[in-house]
Each structure stands twice: as C-alpha cells, then as structure tokens.
Write a protein that binds this ligand. Sequence first.
Ligand SMILES: [Zn+2]
Length: 368
Amino acid sequence: MTVADVEHIIEELAPVWTAWDQDNVGLQLGRRDQRVSRIMIALEITDGVVSEAIRKRVNLILTHHPPLFHRASSITNSDQTGRNILALAQNKIAVYSAHTNLDFTRNGVSFVLAETLGLEKIRFLSPLEGKLSKIVVFVPATHVEQVAKEMSEAGAGTIGNYGSCSFRVEGTGTFKGTAESNPHVGERGSFERVREVRLEMVAPTVSVRSIVEAVKRVHPYEEVAYDLYPVSTPSANFGMGAIGLLDRAITLQSFLRRCKQSLDARSIRYTGSPLQKVKTIAVCGGSGSDLLEMAIRAKADVFVTADVRYHTFHSARERIALVDAGHWETEHGILQPLRQRLLDAVQQLKQNVSITLAQISTNPVQSI
Ligand SMILES: [Zn+2]
C-alpha cells in the first residue's frame, strides 16, 4: 500500500471538498509513491509525536490539525514546526491531515463528541449549504440503468445513508440532425421523436465535471443533452457541529460532571445555572464559538465547545448554558474511531498495515 492509497481511503471517509476554504487539508509532507506499512494517528504533530514516530519506524502520520495550517515561507531548524518537518522528511515519514473535512463529516469530530456525551437522535447543527448541484440527463429508455449506474459510481446520488438516489420520469425527446450529424436513432435531416427518460441526481458540485464525463462515456447519443443546477438544499451528509438529546432531562450540574468524566477534562468553564434542567445539547469539537447563535436558534439548552472568549460567555448568558470543555478534550475522542475505520478499510483491501494511536499526549494545556 502506498501513501496515495491511504490518501484515497481517508478522502472516502472525509472528502476534501467539504473542508473550509481557508483550511489546508490533505498530504502535508511526503511522496505519494512511498510504501506504507505502519501508520500512526495523532491529533497534531509535536516534537514528542515526531520522536515516537521515528522510534516506531512509522511511514505515515495521520493528524487532525495540519502542521502547515499557516503556509510556511521557509522550513528551517529555527522554529519547532521547521525542526519537526525536517526530522520527518529525513526519516521518510509522510504526514496527512484531515482537519475541517473530518469535522464536517457524519461520524466526524462533532458527531463522536455528541455520542461520547450520550446524546441520541444526533444530527448536524448547521448542515453544509451551497456545495451541491443537480444533474439532469436526458437518456433513451434503453440506456437509463447504465447511465444511472455510471453516475452513482462517479459520486452522484448520495443522500444521508442512501446511495444511488435518482428520480426518473418518462417523456418524449425530439431532434433534427444537420447534414453533418450522425444520430444514434433515426435519420439525419429528419424530425425524430424518441422515448426518453429525464434522469435526475444530486451530486457534490466539485464532482460534476467527472460525472458528466462518465455520462458521456456510456450515453449513446452523439450530443448528450444535460442540465446542471445549483442546489441550495442543506446537505444530509456534511455539516458543522451536532445536536442531540439526552435520554432524560438532568441538571446542568450533572451534565457538566458527565462532560468532565467522559471527555477526560480536568476543568471546565461554563455559564448557566447549575440547577437548571437540560436535555437538548448542541456541540462542536474545537473552536466552535461561531455556532453559538445557531445553537440558540436550534433551542439547545447547552452548547459544548472550546476556546470560548470572555465576551462570548457574556452574550450567551440567560440565553443558553455555554460550556468550554477544552480543545483537546472535545476532539481527542475522534482518534480511536478514526483508527477503526481506517483499519476496516485497510483490511478490506487485504493489506497488512499496522495502525496505532500516538501514546504521547499532545495537549499543551495544563490545569491546577
Ligand atoms: Zn481542533
């Protein structure tokens, strides 16, 4: 298995097109043709992670936070990031980062956080919008199954837990070929009527070009008629944050105790009344303060996130119980399920690759 193969597996789990525009996700360092037999997963690269990877003779480190989040103008030994990158390169260790694309996917950072806190009926707090298109293709009835299959394989027709979703309606297509035409049905120069199907499928806008190419490969017509529409429907598959329910209302105080225990958090900052009853919980792993208003609009009793500023606590008061449980604490839960999903994919390909979690903690924050 090569770095490129691992890249492909991860991008199936967390597609790069869903990432935040300003993010820097994907292969950060390494050669795509390099062989991989040992993978290590860590929330981020630290000097401790680098030493552990070298000691364990790892070929690839998968991180959540990209080491080159701020694009570097030089990589030298004058700063810690540079020293880490140089040491990794010298030891032929590749680094791949799945950051906001791992946040935004179903079963990503926020969904795992919601599950860890015992929430049920989990859904996205803010589904991704404006990244989907509708592809409508006019196909002779004889070829509709083949075209639909090809479109699905190229990435169209996924809605929530369902694949191959399409809508089909029969009608009559008409055309009249010019003297230069070479029609699949009928004669050039004569007006033709053909029984056709209007086949519709939704797809990520980023995949539209390759889906259209796939259609053209199997569609029998010389000129394929198709329409593309931007779709503003919220995505069922990708979004920011998560919201769910506790099985029964409990006091904020006992919910906070649950947070501390299940997230391995030594201290938690919050605003709210300890004895108020809470049941609807919104969460966003990492720095999720931007979703505060969304959590209030969704009528959540509590919003759990990290890196909350003083004035944000002020604006939450009397409106929602706002909880800052820590950045590492709200994100590290993704590592074990990520390892399991990667392992399942690798085993399905019958590859012998070991996947471990970094033993060293990368959390730089201490509490007393
Ligand atoms: Zn983070």
